[in-house]
Design a protein around this ligand. Structure first.
Ligand code: FES
Length: 254
């Protein structure tokens, strides 16, 4: 038994062997090599209030730029998805100020002119493709901007569909375009004016408005927690390979 144990003092935690140096906004920290940038920042003592949202690569709040030793290249990544590398220099860009047009969707037409008028800077695009190279979601940014310039709203909408609005494209664009706002406008125009309306949805909304589910809802609102749990447990679950026309036996709530 050694002296430390004799005195009942707490044992020091074993020294970690997997720590690597990284530089956060110029300051060096030793962090576990398996962490994402986001977790490494927290390990280093940062409390992430901005620049952190879903932690799952969806919300676009954690845009980050970094450089690796010996390389001239600015790399990009989402802090919640990118694993740290030894001696990386990094900083987060959780917000980048750009022009965001204000518009009334009901007053717009689904034409290229609508986009060109709200975002005339779109014509400053020099087709350098920096935006595409800066996208952590592998969106073909320059291609959707080109489609928007041509007035092909449907294509611009489809190509920009995976955009998470992190803003890294616009942060690096030499033409100073707000690509992600332009893509969002294309998707809004496509959704409102070009994509055929879902008839089954319109039918269901009408049924709701006409009060078809009112009785069932009122019934549900009145029952207690346990009864509700029981109802949930006993509910009829749609089989994995159900026919198109499948409906549950009990029609109490549909
Ligand atoms: S925290 Fe949402 S994308 Fe990283």
């Amino acid at each position: 038994m050694n002296d430390t144990k004799k005195g009942n003092a707490k044992e020091a935690p074993p020294e970690r062997k997997d720590l690597i140096p990284i530089f956060i906004m110029g300051k060096k920290y030793m962090v576990p090599s398996t962490l994402t940038i986001q977790k490494a920042m927290e390990y280093a003592g940062y409390q992430l209030i901005r620049g952190c949202g879903c932690r799952g690569g969806i919300c676009g709040a954690c845009a980050t730029v970094f450089r690796l030793p010996g390389s001239y290249k600015i790399e990009i990544g989402l802090a919640c998805q990118t694993v740290v590398q030894p001696n990386m220099y990094l900083t987060q860009i959780p917000f980048f100020p750009v022009n965001k047009a204000i518009y009334d969707m009901d007053a717009l037409k689904p034409t290229g002119e609508s986009i060109h008028k709200l975002y005339p800077e779109i014509f400053r695009c020099v087709a350098c493709n920096t935006c595409t190279k800066s996208c952590p979601m592998d969106v073909q940014v320059m291609d959707y901007i080109s489609a928007a310039i041509r007035g092909d709203i449907k294509l611009a909408s489809e190509l920009s569909f995976d955009c998470i609005q992190c803003g890294l494209c616009t942060a690096r664009c030499p033409g100073e375009l707000p690509q992600y706002h332009i893509g969002q406008l294309a998707r809004r125009l496509n959704g409102k004016y070009i994509t055929p309306k879902a008839e089954h949805l319109a039918k269901r909304v009408k049924q709701i408005e006409e009060g078809r589910y009112e009785e069932g809802l009122q019934k549900l609102m009145k029952i207690g927690k346990e009864e509700m749990q029981q109802l949930y447990i006993e509910r009829e679950v749609e089989p994995q390979f159900a026919e198109e026309e499948w409906t549950p036996q009990s029609k109490d709530f549909i």
